[in-house]
Design a protein. Sequence first.
Length: 128
Amino acid sequence: MTPHIIRLRGLWDYEVRSEAAGQSLRAGRAELDTDWSTILGNDLGARLRLLRRFGCPTGLQPTEQVVLAIKLEPIGAEAWMNDRSLGALSRDDAPARFLIHELLQPRNLLVLEVRKPPTIADVWLEIG
């Protein structure tokens, strides 16, 4: 059976933080296909945090699993959901996939922390 796909497109909140000072340098909202190098600028010690809120998919059956899939080209990136680390994202051609069914809440917060400007192709939930 083909999984039902929910794409997490639209505007994401972002925050550029100074790794050395541990403080926010700037914040805003942008689409995933933004040229993040223009937002990060020349600050080589900056870290980009991408934040996306989303609701729990409705009508989930007890036998269904929910997988978060992320396709991007990061360098030193990690994914977090609801303050729990999902793990590191790889640079290969396949999307990183994380089983998140047990972590889902009525409202959820997905955070991607990236050290270098990423090229993010897509982020989606697979239900099946």
